[in-house]
Design a protein around this ligand. Structure first.
Ligand code: ADP
Ligand code: MG
Length: 393
């Protein structure tokens, strides 16, 4: 396994060295924010429900230096493109490509009452080891790294829940992806060996002890390499189905629907919409059951809930793909105690809660099964629940 502390300090050094090479001066500081894995609670966030993500030991680093003028310049190891713009011109209309994520944060801070005209411009260089488009939220990692960097550098003193909303606004409006608040909350509020239990209606959050270390459990991520896009296609369609289901039931959001209401719901909508609704309603119940199990019995008790979550996403919400289903089934056969796809779906990654001594077996079995099925080789790696966004230098 990688040594996280060495990797982290190497990345900080790399980010500040790259900043110097790009901009010809030292950065004022380096900030970082992690990607996330959602343990359970999928497509519940925009239905004002419950989610239980954790921050992972894959991070994005933002080296930032303020400028004398009001320009903003961004570079990233992700792309050779350099983007430069006057701070006052930053808007959803003026932003495109990957720079909409970091620069969208500046715009969203403005929307949250920060007077951008009074703030100095900045140069920022982005460095990351969060895989892009794998369902681990590289997007929230870049947003949150830049959000904490600007919050500190501009001395805004905004609290983490506010920064999470800023990140979401940037992603919704500057990028144009209609995602919820989960990813930014995990990236900003996460803690070592813990998950963030988030009520997406009240935005109240609780840090929940996972106890993976004591139980000698690991989360194995199986990145299927099947890419997805949240800005288009299925994600928006699922969201629309949820809104249609809530409207048919006469409630503000599916958060207001209990498992016991499902029988009645069946008669009020078409079958497809009903199955979308049933996923969200039962998934909310599974998140609550997972939190209860972690508190009362520990992590060995949550395997079945992870399995049920996957079945619901596969059959009711229909957001899985054959690669994800194979990853889940094979990981379970190889000894994982529970497994599910994670993230928005249509590709991306699955997770398998695995006893440490079986990580090698799960990795080998899944890799072999993908080869036998003729699928692209997956990337299989362990993630460790880690601390949220912070200043590194
Ligand atoms: P995910 O969040 O699951 O990784 P998204 O499609 O939501 O996938 O976000 C990926 C996009 O975020 C990338 O295509 C790119 O535009 C942007 N992005 C992520 N990480 C970086 C980075 N290190 N540098 C520049 N842009 C990034
Ligand atoms: Mg994303």
């Amino acid at each position: 396994m990688t040594n996280t502390s060495n990797t982290t300090s190497d990345a900080v050094t790399a980010a500040s060295a790259a900043f110097e090479a790009e901009f010809g001066r030292a950065a004022d500081g380096v900030w970082s924010a992690p990607g996330r894995v959602n343990l359970i609670g999928e497509h519940t966030d925009y239905n004002e429900g419950f989610v239980l993500p954790f921050a992972i030991d894959r991070r994005t680093w933002a080296a930032l230096g303020l400028r004398q003028d009001a320009r903003a310049r961004v570079t990233s190891t992700f792309s050779p493109e350099h983007v430069e713009i006057e701070l006052r011109d930053v808007s959803p209309e003026s932003l495109d490509s990957w720079s909409a994520y970091p620069l969208g944060i500046a715009w969203a801070l403005g929307e949250n009452g920060v007077d951008l005209d009074s703030k100095p411009g900045f140069d920022v260089h982005i460095h990351s080891d969060v895989p892009v488009g794998a369902g681990l939220s590289s997007s929230a990692a870049i947003e949150c790294a830049v959000a904490v960097a600007l919050d500190d550098s501009w001395q805004l003193g905004l609290d983490r829940p506010t920064l999470a909303k800023v990140g979401q606004l940037a992603e919704n409006k500057a990028v144009g992806a209609p995602t919820g608040i989960m990813d930014q909350s995990a990236s900003l509020l996460g803690r070592r060996d813990s998950a963030v239990f988030l009520d997406c209606r009240t935005l109240r959050s609780d840090v929940i002890d996972l106890g993976f270390a004591a139980a000698d459990l690991q989360i194995v991520v199986i990145d299927t390499k099947v890419s997805h896009s949240h800005a288009t296609g299925g994600y928006a369609a699922r969201r629309a189905s949820c809104e249609a289901g809530a409207a048919a039931l006469g409630v503000e959001s599916l958060r207001d629907v209990a498992v016991d209401d499902l029988d009645r719901a069946r008669g009020l909508m078409d079958d497809e919409t009903f199955r979308r609704v049933r996923h969200v309603v039962t998934e909310n119940a599974r998140v609550l059951a997972t939190v209860r199990a972690l508190r009362e019995s520990g992590p060995l008790a949550i395997g079945e809930l992870l399995d049920e979550s996957h079945v619901s996403m596969r059959d009711d919400f229909e957001i899985s793909v054959p690669e994800l289903d194979l990853a889940v089934v094979t990981a379970r056969e190889a000894g994982a105690i529970g497994a599910r796809m994670t993230g928005g779906g249509f590709g991306g990654a699955a997770i398998a809660l695995t006893p440490s001594h079986l990580v090698g077996a799960v990795t080998a079995r899944v890799t072999d099964a993908f080869a036998a099925a003729g699928f692209t080789a997956p990337e299989v790696f362990v993630v460790t629940p880690s601390d949220g966004a912070k200043r590194e230098l």
